[in-house]
Design a protein around this ligand. Structure first.
Ligand code: ATP
Length: 291
C-alpha cells in the first residue's frame, strides 16, 4: 500500500469530571467521550526519500516535530527503522485549540496509517500504548465511538453507542490552552461534579434525553469566567430547542444536541446572525470504532 486517505474525526465530551491532580501536573479525569463526524482529511504517500514531509492547509500550524501528526509518524518509523519516507498532507477542518482533540485525532490516524502502510503488525492496543506518549486523548482517538475515559484519559471502557442525534458545533474566535484551563481549575474548589454515572445509565437505557439532561463539564466554569461568549452560545442553542448544550473539553467549542436536523440548522443560523461564532457546523455522532 503506497497511498492512503484517512479521516481523523473530532470528539466532544458528553461529560467531563476531574477527580484530582497528580504530582507531575496531569489530572485524573472521568470523561464520556463521543466521536463526531467533523474531520480532518489526511493523505499519506510513501516516498523513496527517507524522512517525513508534512503539509497543511493552515499556515499557522507547525509542519515539523511540533506537529502531533509528525510526532506520530516519527515515533513508529524510528522504532521500526523504516528506510523509506512518508509525505503527509493534513486538510484541517476540526477547530484548532478548541477542545475537540484535533491534534490527537491526527496523531491517532497517522499511527494507524503508518502501521498499515509499512506493515508493522501492531495491534490496536499496541498503537494505543504508543499513542499515550504523544497525548492523553490519543488512545481514545485510536479507538473512537462512545467511551468512558479514566486515568489521565488513557484507561478506556467502551460504552453503548450514543443514540442518534444531530450535533451543532460552534467555535467562537478565541483559542484556549488546555494546560492553562487545568492549571486554573486547581485554584477552584470543585463544588458540583457532573453526573457521569447518570450519563452512562442514559447510554445503557438508550435514552438520549436522559444522556443530554445529565451532561456536565467541570472545566466550563473556568473557561466561561474568561470568555462569557461560551455561555451566550449555550443559551442560544438551548433557546433554539437543543436537548442540552455544553462546552467540549477545555473549550471554547460549544456543542448542542438536537433531535432534528432542522432545529440544529435554525440554531446554527441564529448563532451566525448574532455573530457569536464563525466556525459553525451541523453534523452527527459517529459510533463505529476503528477496526
Ligand atoms: P484537546 O481537545 O485534546 O485539548 P485541542 O482541541 O484543545 O485538543 P488541538 O487542536 O489538538 O487542541 O491543538 C492544540 C495545539 O497543538 C495547537 O495550538 C497547535 O499548535 C498544536 N498542534 C500540533 N499538531 C497539531 C495538529 N496536527 N492539529 C492541530 N493542532 C496541532
Amino acid at each position: 500500500m503506497d497511498k492512503m486517505e484517512l479521516k481523523a474525526l473530532g470528539k466532544i465530551n458528553l461529560g467531563l469530571d476531574v477527580l484530582g491532580r497528580r504530582e507531575n501536573g496531569y489530572h485524573d479525569v472521568r470523561m464520556v467521550m463521543q466521536t463526531v463526524y467533523l474531520y480532518d482529511q489526511i493523505r499519506m504517500e510513501k516516498t523513496k526519500k527517507p524522512g517525513i514531509e508534512l503539509l497543511t492547509n493552515l499556515f499557522y500550524l507547525p509542519v515539523n516535530e511540533n506537529n502531533l501528526a509528525y510526532q506520530a509518524a516519527d515515533l513508529l518509523m524510528k522504532e521500526f527503522h523504516v528506510k523509506e519516507g512518508v509525505k503527509i498532507t493534513l486538510d484541517k477542518h476540526i477547530p484548532v485549540a478548541a477542545g475537540m482533540a484535533g491534534g490527537s485525532s491526527n496523531a491517532a490516524a497517522v499511527l494507524f496509517g503508518i502501521n498499515r502502510m509499512f506493515s508493522l503488525g501492531l495491534s490496536q492496543k499496541e498503537l494505543m500504548e504508543r499513542g499515550v506518549t504523544l497525548g492523553a486523548d490519543v488512545p481514545y482517538c485510536v479507538m473512537r465511538g462512545t467511551v468512558l475515559a479514566e486515568g489521565i484519559g488513557e484507561i478506556l471502557t467502551p460504552l453503548p453507542a450514543c443514540p442518534k442525534c444531530h450535533v451543532l458545533i460552534a467555535k467562537p474566535p478565541i483559542s484556549v490552552s488546555t494546560k492553562l484551563v487545568y492549571e486554573k481549575l486547581d485554584s477552584h474548589e470543585i463544588e458540583n461534579h457532573p453526573d457521569i454515572d447518570g450519563i452512562i445509565d442514559g447510554l445503557y437505557d438508550q435514552d438520549i434525553t436522559k444522556v443530554a439532561s445529565r451532561m456536565g463539564n467541570v472545566l466550563e466554569k473556568v473557561t466561561i469566567e474568561e470568555y462569557p461568549v461560551i455561555e451566550q452560545i449555550k443559551n442560544v442553542m438551548k433557546e433554539q430547542g437543543a436537548l442540552n448544550a455544553m462546552m467540549s473539553g477545555s473549550g471554547p467549542t460549544v456543542f448542542g444536541l438536537y433531535e432534528t436536523k432542522e432545529k440544529a440548522r435554525k440554531a446554527a443560523a441564529k448563532i451566525r446572525e448574532k455573530q457569536l461564532a464563525k466556525q459553525v457546523y451541523v453534523t452527527g455522532i459517529h459510533n463505529a470504532r476503528r477496526k
